[in-house]
Design a binder for this molecule. Structure first.
Ligand code: UTP
Length: 297
């Protein structure tokens, strides 16, 4: 019987050190692209892919994230009273139903694989999605929905993959390609953060996955990998060694690495330029900046 993906894990327990000092008190996932926190984009993308249960793996200092998903009855009442129906609609569009969201704690930041493993009891014996909210993907059809469709065909593990320049591969998990079928590639290996010059391909894994429970079984072994962390890539590769299929999926869309400052700023500009209410002003400002920069050269 073909299995459906209805649960997603959002691992958000990392320290977010690249955004210190902001992340001393603001979880990275609450930082905004224009006026929506990163995590809202992740939720919207998962919902569009048919996800019904949203499982957050959090840590100390992430309470702002949990608060964000609470309803805000007082604020709603005030907006209603003031007749601000547009703002009210925006607010309501972020409501989560009771019981839809679960929060689990990762006691120590032992790696992405370990964070996913923390959710094992809520996943049970079903395929599940993993969404890293700091990878933002602008796409006509949301990336996870593209992957769920592919999973309906393959029923094997699927990782989102994109081409990266050779000198950037060492920052990612990289696919060892068995057969390249275009949008989908089958794999004969996955290497987390390969040493310079040793990447098996230019196809890097980014933060969207659809995985089978076999990966959780591998995570049970708690094998430490690169950086002493329990790596999700390693567990996926171990499941593959154990006979599971692992596919790379070339998604359609533009990915922004909002875990890095440069990526976050690029996303901010791109998302603001896509907004009717902001485009003209921002465009004028960017032109000024470019002209001033050129004049100074
Ligand atoms: P990153 O590698 O981006 O780490 O984690 P980070 O801690 O978020 O940020 P930096 O590198 O210190 O700036 C990738 C994803 O895995 C989660 C993070 O929250 C992020 O969504 N993660 C990582 C955990 O949930 N637990 C961990 O132990 C490590």
């Amino acid at each position: 019987m073909r299995k459906k993906v209805s649960k997603a894990i959002f691992p958000v327990a990392g320290l977010g050190t690249r955004f210190l000092p902001a992340t001393k008190s603001v979880p990275k996932e609450i930082m905004t692209l224009v006026d929506r926190p990163l995590v809202q984009y992740a939720i919207d993308e998962a919902r569009a892919a048919g996800i019904k249960e949203f499982i957050f793996v959090t840590s100390r200092g992430k309470s702002a994230l949990e608060d964000y998903f609470d309803n805000a009855p007082q604020l709603e009442q005030q907006l209603r009273k003031a007749g601000k129906t547009e703002l009210l609609d925006i607010l309501k569009s972020t409501d989560m139903d009771s019981g839809e969201v679960a929060y689990l704690r990762q006691a120590k930041p032992m790696g992405l694989g370990h964070a996913v493993w923390c959710a094992r009891r809520l996943i049970g014996n079903e395929p599940f999605a993993v969404v890293l909210p700091d990878d933002i993907i602008a796409a006509e059809k949301p990336c996870l929905a593209q992957m769920v469709e592919a999973f309906e065909e393959t029923q094997g593990n699927i990782v989102a993959a994109m081409e990266v320049p050779e000198d950037k591969a060492q920052a990612y998990g990289v696919l060892d390609v068995k057969e390249d079928m275009g949008r989908i590639v089958s794999t004969k290996g996955l290497v987390e953060k390969p040493a310079p010059g040793e990447a098996p391909s230019n196809l890097a894994v980014i933060g969207r996955y659809i995985l089978t429970p076999k990966v959780l079984q591998q995570l049970n072994k708690k094998r430490a990998g690169t950086g002493g962390e329990i790596q999700l890539t390693d567990a996926i590769d171990d499941a593959r060694d154990d006979g599971e299929e692992v596919y790379g999926f070339r998604f359609e869309g533009q990915r922004y690495d909002c875990g890095s400052k440069a990526g976050y700023l690029q996303a901010t500009v791109a998302f603001a330029l896509a907004r009717d209410d902001l485009r003209a002003d921002l465009w004028a400002f960017l032109n000024e900046v470019v002209h001033a920069e050129k004049a100074a050269q």
